[in-house]
Design a protein around this ligand. Structure first.
Ligand SMILES: [Zn+2]
Length: 306
């Protein structure tokens, strides 16, 4: 599968429960070009740093990343635990001469290695209201019209915002608005040259008003997919390899997991390979953690004389 453009639409806070409370015909695949999975996000704890880290995982395909939300003082680069910059899908794309674009919440740029080298940047820090679905669609379509080849990451904030406010009906409406956004985008793009990936960084529970670690939906929409393919349990780490696989690029150096577009095609062809893929992901993750250096030994300081 080789397409010219990949759109990654991150619906901040849309966990599997928020998704199923709402009416989402487009993301659920009424058009017959969808592969859906339930994604594991592997994020422990919930706090201010969670959303940028979740976006970094999507862009690097690596579980040991940290990132700060881009703003006045940060560009949103992804680092490993030792402070080394980690390659993202954005870096891979730019090296191959493709453009990168970020729209909506500032953390969208984290997926692409930060704001420094983006060809198009329409984020909150440029004055964009990331909860305004109509505005986001307008910005996304404008960029797609100007971008020949590349990756566009957009993060919509409406669902997360309603969740934090404990506004259940607003949250349901925001998920439905996200679905309508996807519908408008689909009408404007040619699925033979553009793949659309819809994912979420984490769930936001509208009863507690807090982030959670519930599974999140992951949808791939592509001209190569026929019908509605069930991907089963997937991982948000696999988004990196899926984006680069769709564009015919190599995955980021530290990426683990599977190319889900490739998996969708195999499942659609009736191949019973799910078990192999699942064990391959588990093998890669176990290998990754085994290779991680142990925590630095603490060097004892001079003893205080008594
Ligand atoms: Zn939030």
């Amino acid at each position: 599968m080789a397409v010219k453009k990949v759109i990654l639409l991150v619906i901040d806070g849309m966990d599997a429960v928020n998704f199923t409370m709402s009416d989402t015909p487009v993301m659920s695949g009424i058009h017959g070009r969808t592969a859906v999975g339930v994604a594991h996000t592997e994020i422990i704890g919930a706090g201010a740093a969670l959303t940028p880290i979740a976006h970094a995982m999507m862009g690097t395909g690596s579980p040991d990343v940290v990132a700060a939300r881009p703003g006045l003082e940060n560009t949103g680069k992804c680092y490993n635990y030792f402070g080394e910059v980690v390659e993202t899908v954005g870096d891979v794309a730019r090296t191959a001469g493709l453009a990168t674009a970020a729209v909506g919440k500032n953390e969208a740029a984290v997926v692409l290695g930060g704001t420094e080298r983006l060809a198009f940047c329409r984020l909150e820090k440029e004055g964009i209201n990331a909860s305004d679905d109509a505005l986001l669609v307008q910005e996304i379509l404008k960029i797609l019209g100007a971008m020949e080849e590349g990756i566009l990451v957009a993060t919509y904030g409406g669902v997360d915002l309603a969740g934090h406010r404990k506004a259940v009906s607003d949250l349901i409406r925001a998920v439905e608005k996200a679905d309508q956004m996807v519908g408008v985008i689909l009408k404007e793009i040619d699925l033979s040259e553009t793949m659309l990936i819809i994912a979420a960084d984490h769930g936001t529970n509208p009863i507690t008003g807090r982030h959670n670690t519930s599974p999140t939906p992951l949808c791939l929409i592509s001209g190569e997919i026929c019908g509605r393919v069930n991907l089963g349990v997937v991982h948000n780490l696999e988004i990196a390899a899926t984006i680069t696989g769709a564009l015919g690029l190599r995955p980021p150096v530290r990426a683990v997991g599977r190319d889900l577009g490739n998996l969708a095609q195999k499942v659609a062809c009736g191949e019973t390979i799910e078990q192999d893929y699942q064990s391959e992901l588990n093998r890669q993750l176990a290998d990754f953690y085994r290779r991680q250096p142990r925590r630095h030994e603490l060097v004892p300081g001079p003893r205080r004389s008594q």
